[in-house]
Design a protein around this ligand. Structure first.
Ligand code: ADP
Length: 428
């Protein structure tokens, strides 16, 4: 989710819905509400946000990017003002130092807040982590053992944790895994029909991702429906640069479109989603492509980029409006794939109460939502076209007669990480 959208998340209807949440004084140095620092460290960037885990209210957030390059960028936003500098950021430790200095210079001063925990987004927790976990040397060793499953992500997460531990040695550090929410998936959904040695020795199974977002959105839709979470069957479509669908039954993920890696499933910015695995072997034989070349093309050159030359959904929509045939086709491919998953997951769930759109594309693109919902009319899904077109923040986009409630719900991954981290370190 972009910074802009993160801001929007709390400025929309959701913020109103949450404004009654507790705001009592904490026991910290400054006497304010306890806060959590959420850190999302990638291979070349560190995003951070300081927020109240009970209300989701953000006190400050920032981003240090282009780590390892001489023209790194550090941005810190507090009270609506963004402070930016361009400078050499050699490594993650330097990025964390810039972040702590930004807090010192621009506020809030970390020594004066009641910092409950640092919550780290960790991409791959394998089958080992099904819950948020207090970080210990053993936990770090396990995350390190999982690097072969997420070679592009877990090393950055580990570097971010190491740097944060050094910067805040006395604050509990909690890992919140993208895969965790899906670890309770039934074996039937998690198992690939491949040889036993692949499954046992090489951990080839479906793990799923975007779990923090799916967990938050599925809980929130039950609240909006005014029904107990246990009674709600929902499909969440998290559509950002990366995209995944999840089938959630009573708050538990029972299937999801991403698999062992974040390549499977829906069409994404630069990833194809579902693909006949025979394609890789074919390209090796007829085009002489190496495994690495095929992998790179599937991670970085496919999806919308492969179909249109642009990975950005907004750009594709603008070209589609101008009648560009590649963009017209790309939109249809995206919609077709979404329908395949919605149909399949509705069957897996044995019925459906809510269909929810979230993340950059899901929250902002009314045309895509309309295209999906209109094609489900035969199943009693009735689009409320004006509500969909005007959706801003949390919005019901189907009519009162619709058999399935369609919603836009802005995701709040940072808030969910903060909430989970705070719950784990809850003070007696
Ligand atoms: P991620 O967190 O996976 O990087 P986001 O959730 O920020 O991604 O989503 C990015 C995508 O959302 C991009 O394809 C972007 O074009 C799209 N997007 C953002 N705003 C809009 C909009 N107003 N209309 C259509 N697409 C949008």
């Amino acid at each position: 989710m972009s910074d802009e959208q993160a801001g929007g998340t709390r400025g929309g209807a959701g913020a109103l819905a949450r404004s009654g949440a507790g705001d009592g004084a904490g026991s910290g140095a400054g006497g304010g509400a306890p806060v959590v620092l959420v850190v999302n460290a990638g291979s070349s960037s560190v995003k951070y946000e300081l927020l109240d885990p009970r209300t989701g209210a953000s006190q400050a957030k920032g981003l240090v990017e282009r780590i390892g390059l001489s023209d790194g960028v550090a941005r810190h936003t507090v009270g609506g003002t963004t402070h930016e500098q361009v400078l050499d950021v050699p490594d993650h430790a330097a990025a964390l130092e810039l972040a702590t200095r930004a807090f010192q210079e621009h506020g809030p001063t970390l020594a004066d807040v009641d910092l409950l925990a640092v919550g780290h987004r960790v991409v791959h927790g394998g089958a080992e982590f099904a819950d948020p976990t207090l970080i210990t040397p053993e936990v770090l060793a396990t995350i390190d053992r999982l690097v072969p499953l997420a070679p592009l992500h877990n090393p950055g997460n580990l570097a971010g944790i190491a740097a944060t531990q050094e910067a805040f040695p006395d604050v509990p550090q909690v890992a919140v895994f993208d895969t965790a929410f899906h670890q309770g998936m039934p074996e039937a959904a998690a198992t690939y029909a491949v040889p036993l040695s692949w499954r046992e020795e090489h951990r080839v199974r479906r793990y799923g991702f975007h779990g923090t977002s799916h967990a938050y959105v599925s809980r929130r839709v039950a609240e909006l429906l005014g029904r107990p979470l246990e009674d709600v069957r929902s499909i969440v479509l998290h559509l950002g640069n990366g995209a995944s669908a999840a089938a959630i039954d009573g708050g538990r993920s029972v299937d999801t479109s991403m698999g062992m890696t974040p390549l499977e499933g829906l069409v994404m910015g630069t990833r194809p989603g579902d693909l006949d695995p025979g394609v890789a072997g074919h390209l090796g034989r007829v085009a002489g492509l190496s495994t690495e070349e095929v992998e790179r093309a599937l991670s970085k050159e496919s999806g919308l980029l492969g179909l249109t030359g642009s990975a950005d959904f907004r750009g594709v929509m603008a070209r589609r409006a101008d009648g560009d045939p590649a963009a017209v086709l790309a939109f249809e491919v995206v919609v077709h794939r979404l329908l395949r998953y919605v149909g399949a997951f509705a069957a897996v769930l044995g019925g459906l109460d809510a269909l929810v759109f979230t993340a950059g594309v899901g929250e902002n693109n009314a045309e895509l939502r309309a295209a999906v919902l209109e094609r489900l009319a035969g199943f009693g899904v009735l689009l409320d076209a004006p509500a969909n077109a005007a959706a801003d923040g949390e919005t019901l986009i189907t009519t009162a007669q619709s058999r399935v409630a369609g919603y836009v719900i802005p995701t709040a991954e940072e808030w969910e990480i903060a909430r989970q981290a705070a719950a784990l370190v809850a003070r007696p």
